[in-house]
Unconditional design. Structure first.
Lengths: 425, 484
């Protein structure tokens, strides 16, 4: 189960760069559907004046809001591409750069002064979601079990190129620790672990500066391999517990460090989730950066602001990491809460050759699938079910390792969709 | 706004490639090619220099390479695939096939058969299935199967597996170790099986008769280590394959009172290392998943042992691999079950292990029985046709087993006062008698040492005949005593 391999990390370009800020987009776009197909309902109409941080759309099923990250007037709607490549109808707000909140918001000294119920409700009201890319509302996670024994804070960020979490940890180690401590107190959890790659010596040092005052928080490291940042794999690695579906079933709470930082800002400044750090990198970006951006801004504008593109032949624009991300046809992509990285790179992926049945795809698969057999039986639904196709976590290792350069991940993804569709019918 | 191409899949790839894997296999084969040149070229001419024989191993390999590449090129030309000649040469797997084919054929294979075999290997082994990745059988093995089954007579006539030097070593008697083992009907003592070829170290290094490049277990092992390091091999197959043969023959050896040399001899002969490491691991024709690779390796071991002990075909390795190739699709089907169901997986493992032990016991019993038969046969190696008694003198007219057959020595033995006084060889089919023994003092030595016959040294160059004559002397005295 714990098969993982070392892959080229390509993090050097942005690893040691400070987070820069670009929180002044001209226009923001708030898509009314998430990449998983979750629908949001309008809360505002054209011509309304919107304060920063006010609710502009809501997921009615779970009463989960999205906030405006700027203040300004709502203008006529427009479709924009989101992370998965789909064109989605958006609420469009013209930024007046006043950053006006509806009410005055101070900051709290003691951020652990909440009850569990208050806290979970806050997570919902402030629109906190998992920032590693899952887009899963955090309050659901926190209310998924009565009691939790452990809090795992995932700072592994195992996918190549991405350094958003890394940069955030280096600059905000103290705040992250303070927030973890507060969560432990509020949620009545005994121990919290910060999980890092063993190669993240800088970050470990940053945490070590402050960790002395937090006896309940421990640092654990995992090997520098992929996909070691995968939830199931860190739980197994750190606690030795195997989970079948969700960590909560074993009383384990997992959060990404960026999410923890968003929770910190919520507790400390009463701020809803309207900003996040993303990495913009790749060999076609003039100056790769970790950049703090407003949710709803366009990637193209952000890239322009950090120096634009380098001229290279046939680059690809990838929303997300190089293993799990999507290549998109344009850079006019809306930054949503689940976008952690943009890579623009020239790939010289070799041409595909016939499968020599080396079996490497099967041996690296972290969920024990046989990708090549799934590819070969992609039209045979019965076989696909026998091959447990839906277990795929889309980590991309099969495609990465394949010596024949076959697009295995993509084939398995299509097969998986086919099976899921069939199950729905 | 900027437009981009869209491409679905991952966006970074490992620097793994099919060509790299094949290139590593070629690197692992290079020492073996050199070894083939030294053993079957340089050493073959050490007593008898001949430029052609010296370079013959390299010539065979080169011809195989050229013909294989040409076949691939022409095939692609005629099937209208636009592949340039350079692209064909860049396809490393073609070179691998050619090298493997050349290394598993006997040194005395006529050039024309090498050409024919290479063509068959490429076309029937690979191209008609649609090229690499589609073939069911290992192409090199198909080529070899074809020339060995169709033209073995021709190859044997040219000298078979033995190089020029080995043909002159009489202890070897014209046979590969396993052919020798087989002809001895499993009457396997270290003296009979290993000693003619030196020691087990010779087996390990590869200084024994066999196909062009398959004899050196040492170099194959180094190749295996290199390929494991380069992650270019399904290593579970050779490890389980060789271990299984070792365990089965260990059990056979132990139950027949032989020591560790017995399984060691078995794994070091018949090109097992070469077959297990380079032929059975051909990625295309072996199972995809690791558990099935283990079962595959064990099955190969069982099949090879069965072929060695139950059939008259001693070289079981390559046949086993070809047969097991046929079951690879089945193994891949099995993988779908075992991958997600631990119970099925462990049941299969346990059943396989039980089969290994069952086969071991069965073969042990078989070998024991045939050993008994052989030793019974030994008692009747002597048959007395006529006995003329005259007082305390007796003349026996006898027939004894010789090298050429069970009645190849006819002799008259004269006994006086229970002592042999004369042995007359009337007729023998053992031609080594005429060339090596007739004009020596050997018979007189036998008469002189008739009470302690083991003192007599065999005549080198006619070891078998000498030993049969020694047996004859011993046996006739026993017969004489019993008949009184």
């Amino acid at each position: 189960m714990s098969s993982s391999i070392t892959i080229k990390s390509n993090k050097k370009m942005t690893k040691n760069k400070k987070i820069i800020e670009n929180t002044k987009p001209q226009i923001i776009y708030i898509p009314l559907e998430s990449k998983l197909g979750v629908k949001y309902t309008h809360h505002v109409k054209e011509g309304d004046y919107i304060y920063k941080g006010s609710v502009i759309a809501i997921n009615k099923k779970i009463n989960f809001p999205i906030h405006s990250s700027v203040s300004g007037y709502v203008v006529s709607g427009n479709k924009k591409i989101i992370i998965n490549g789909k064109k989605i109808k958006c609420i469009v707000i013209e930024n007046d750069f006043k950053e006006k909140y509806e009410d005055r918001r101070g900051y709290k000294k003691n951020i652990s002064n909440y009850t569990k119920e208050e806290f979970i409700n806050m997570l919902r009201e402030h629109g906190i979601t998992g920032l590693s890319g899952s887009d899963f509302p955090t309050f659901l996670k926190y209310s998924s079990a009565k009691n939790f024994d452990y809090l795992l804070v995932n700072g592994v960020e195992c996918e190549p190129y991405i350094t958003a979490d890394y940069a955030l940890m280096k600059e905000h180690a103290e705040e992250i620790l303070e927030c973890i401590d507060a969560i432990l107190e509020i949620m009545n959890i005994k121990t919290g672990y910060i999980v890092l790659k063993e190669t993240y010596l800088d970050v470990i040092n940053c945490f070590n500066k402050y960790i002395g005052t937090y006896p309940n928080i421990k640092i654990k490291t995992v090997a520098d391999a992929y996909p070691n940042g995968w939830e199931k794999s860190i739980v197994k690695e750190v606690l030795g517990i195997s989970i079948t579906n969700y960590p909560s079933e074993k009383g384990i709470l997992t959060n990404n460090v960026s999410t923890i930082y968003a929770i910190y800002e919520m507790l400390k400044y009463n701020r809803p989730l309207t900003e996040r750090v993303i990495t913009i990198t790749g060999n076609c970006i003039a100056k790769p950066q970790n950049i703090k951006v407003k949710i709803g801004a366009l990637v193209s504008e952000m890239i322009e602001s950090i120096g634009g593109y380098k001229k290279l032949k046939d680059p690809l624009f990838i929303a997300g990491g190089p293993m799990t991300g999507n290549s998109l046809e344009t850079d006019e992509v809306v930054i949503t809460k689940d976008l952690n990285c943009v890579i623009v790179l020239e790939t010289n992926i070799d041409k595909v050759s016939p499968c020599i049945r080396c079996g490497k795809c099967a041996s690296v698969c972290p969920v024990n699938l046989i990708p090549i057999l799934i590819k070969e039986n992609k039209d045979d639904l019965k076989k696909l079910e026998k091959l447990h196709t839906t277990k795929c976590i889309q980590c991309g290792l099969c495609s990465y390792i394949c010596p024949s350069k076959l697009p295995l991940k993509e084939n398995v993804r299509m097969a998986k969709e086919k099976v899921l569709e069939n199950e729905r019918i | 706004m900027r437009e981009f191409d869209v491409k679905k899949d991952v966006y970074i790839k490992s620097d793994n490639s099919t060509d790299k894997i094949m290139f590593n296999v070629i690197l692992a084969l290079i020492p073996i090619v050199l070894f083939a040149f030294f053993k079957n070229g340089v050493f073959a001419v050490k007593n008898n220099f001949n430029l052609y024989i010296l370079f013959k191993p390299l010539i065979l390999i080169l011809i195989s390479l050229i013909i294989t590449i040409l076949t691939e090129y022409l095939w692609n030309r005629f099937s209208k695939n636009k592949i340039s000649f350079k692209e064909i040469i860049d396809e490393k797997h073609i070179i691998v096939t050619a090298l493997l084919f050349a290394l598993i054929i006997p040194i005395n294979t006529p050039i024309i058969l090498v050409c024919l075999g290479s063509i068959i290997a490429s076309i029937l082994g690979k191209l008609i299935y649609g090229g690499i990745g589609q073939n069911l059988f290992n192409p090199a093995l198909i080529g070899r199967l074809f020339i060995i089954t169709a033209y073995s007579g021709l190859i044997i006539k040219e000298g078979g597996y033995l190089n020029l030097y080995e043909q002159t070593v009489s202890a070897i008697n014209g046979a590969t170790p396993l052919a020798n083992f087989e002809s001895l009907k499993h009457l396997s003592t270290y003296q009979n099986v290993v000693s003619p070829y030196g020691s087990l170290l010779n087996f390990f290094v590869g200084n024994i008769p066999g196909s062009l490049g398959e004899t050196s277990a040492l170099l194959c092992l180094l190749g295996l280590i290199f390929l494991i390091y380069k992650k270019a091999i399904k290593w579970r197959i050779p490890i389980t394959y060789i271990s299984t043969v070792f365990i089965i023959t260990l059990i056979i050896g132990f139950s027949n009172g032989e020591g560790l040399w017995y399984p060691t001899f078995q794994i070091l002969s018949g090109g097992l290392f070469f077959g297990a490491i380079f032929m059975a691991t051909d990625p295309v024709t072996s199972p995809i998943t690791s558990f099935e690779q283990i079962i595959y390796g064990i099955s190969l071991g069982v099949l090879t042992s069965v072929l060695r002990f139950l059939t008259p075909f001693p070289e079981g390795v390559l046949t086993s691999i070809l047969v097991m190739n046929l079951f690879v699709p089945l193994f891949n089907k099995m993988a779908i079950k075992t991958r997600f169901n631990k119970y099925i997986k462990y049941s299969i493992l346990i059943i396989t292990i039980l089969i290994v032990f069952f086969i071991s016991l069965m073969l042990s019993y078989k070998v024991k029985k045939s050993n008994e038969e052989v030793s019974n046969l030994n008692n009747s190696n002597l048959s007395v046709i006529n006995a003329l008694e005259d007082g305390n003198k007796t003349m026996y007219e006898v027939v004894h087993k010789g090298f050429m057959g069970p009645s190849s020595i006819r002799a008259n033995v004269y006994i006086e006062n229970d002592k042999i006084i004369n042995i007359e060889i009337i007729e023998t089919e053992d031609h080594y008698y005429d060339t090596h023994i007739k004009n020596t003092n050997f018979l007189n030595e036998l008469i002189k040492n008739q009470d302690d016959i083991n003192k007599v040294d065999a005549i080198s160059g006619a070891t078998y005949t000498s030993n049969y004559l020694k047996d004859l002397t011993k046996d006739i005295l026993i017969y004489h005593k019993e008949s009184k």
